[in-house]
Design a protein around this ligand. Sequence first.
Ligand code: FES
Length: 110
Amino acid sequence: MDVRKSLCRVEEIPPSGAIAVHVDSSTGGFDLILVRVGEAVAAYHNECPHAGRRLDYAPGKFLIDAGQLICAAHGATFRIESGHCSGGPCRGAALRSVKVDVIDGQVCLP
Ligand code: FES
């Protein structure tokens, strides 16, 4: 039996874009950012290393420019392929990444 948790289909994430998903758990769950990087998908906790705020400017809406995800709170920029902060108040830090797999077009937690 496959116990992987499906998060969404790859095509639900716009090319070079991002969506937010909530992962339920018995302890309340957590929120992820799913970012499309070419045919791959990267996942990060939706919590900025600067002040712990969500990165979306409206629920599930993210600012992405030139391969950089921009935190809506104070403008820190993160490389979409790695989550590393390349500018702003937490330069040198990184978003916490989460491993996801793409199986038959489904983005899944292992
Ligand atoms: S909380 Fe993201 S830049 Fe401040």
